[in-house]
Design a protein around this ligand. Structure first.
Ligand SMILES: [Zn+2]
Length: 310
């Protein structure tokens, strides 16, 4: 059935798998299925973007049934290590239309195959006890696309400068504000506002993504995940699970956590607004992907990203 959903992604994804023969991504039984599913997920995500670019990832895996982490992905900041706002390398390459030789250091992905995974391209085939590989891969890849904050719990950025000093941040951080619209980071000085330290653990709706495209989708800006206890790798870099909880608002692909069973495989208007604000040109009607994936709904398992090491 999904065969009708021909991927026309203009972003070319290249993956360099570092696992040894017979393990992980090269598992004797599941290796090909896993690699195919990652390519499928990447192309599903790629359909949203009106861009032509070549990007590459180094892809590894672990097998750890006891770890919290299901998967992680990262892409370092592009450009000089000086105060300011920088895109991730992946973000820069997509937005600039990079078409040169493949660099597998644009981004990285690490997968935990110690968990239960469904590799199905059909959401309804993901059973209640399985994690949705495709949904998770789209989520992780989107972090590498720049859907990620580099604000640490103590208000420092990628350069680790003292709070209140100019620092280096991802493009995403430029648009983070309080619910009343005060910037977390001064757009002129690139300094985190020390008065907003509490906002980072301010609970439901404390921090918002405010931008030209995102703000009209949600009053006072799109709520960003700021649980009252800082969650390393999750706080600040996701849509707010407690707002987008499947009740008043739908669960979103970019929520911090999700459960087993069929996952979210389409981007909401909120997430699309955020992506436009951080510089992406999206396909006006990415309906082909979503029509074919009708019926997907949300989940709840723990998923973490790893921060970019700028
Ligand atoms: Zn995440």
């Amino acid at each position: 059935m999904l065969g009708a959903c021909t991927s026309q992604a203009a972003i070319t994804f290249n993956f360099n798998y570092t696992d040894t023969a017979g393990t992980g991504w090269y598992d004797t039984t599941y290796g090909q299925t896993r690699r195919d599913a990652l390519t499928y997920a990447a192309n599903q995500l790629g359909q949203y973007f009106n861009a032509t670019a070549t990007i590459g990832y180094t892809v590894s895996s672990v097998t750890n049934p006891d770890a919290d982490t299901l998967a992680s992905a990262s892409s370092n900041a592009y450009g000089p290590l000086v105060p300011g706002f920088e895109p991730t390398i992946v973000q820069y390459k997509i937005q600039s239309g990079y078409s040169g030789s493949v660099s597998y250091t644009d981004g990285s992905i690490d997968w935990n195959f110690g968990k239960s995974w469904s590799y199905s391209y059909t959401p309804s085939d993901v059973s209640a006890g399985e994690n949705d590989f495709v949904s998770t891969a789209m989520h992780e890849l989107l972090h590498s696309f720049g859907f990620i904050s580099t604000i640490e719990s103590n208000g420092t950025g990628a350069l680790g400068k003292p709070i209140g000093d100019p620092d280096l941040w991802y493009t995403f951080d430029r648009y983070l504000t309080t619910s009343s619209g005060s910037s977390m980071i001064d757009p002129i000085t690139y300094a985190f506002d020390p008065a907003q330290l509490g906002t980072l653990t301010g609970g439901v709706g404390a921090m918002r993504f405010n931008g030209t495209y995102a703000t009209p989708t949600f009053t006072d800006g799109v709520p960003i995940y700021t649980p009252t206890t800082w969650s390393e790798g999750s706080s600040g870099s996701h849509t707010d699970d407690l707002t987008f909880n499947g009740s008043a608002y739908p669960e979103l692909m970019m929520n911090a956590a999700s459960g087993t069973g069929p996952g979210v495989r389409s981007l909401s208007s909120y997430e699309q607004g955020i992506l436009k604000d951080i510089g992406y040109n999206l396909v006006p009607e990415p309906g082909s992907a979503m029509l074919c994936l009708a019926g997907s709904f949300a989940i709840c398992f723990s998923r973490r990203h790893r921060r970019g090491n700028a």
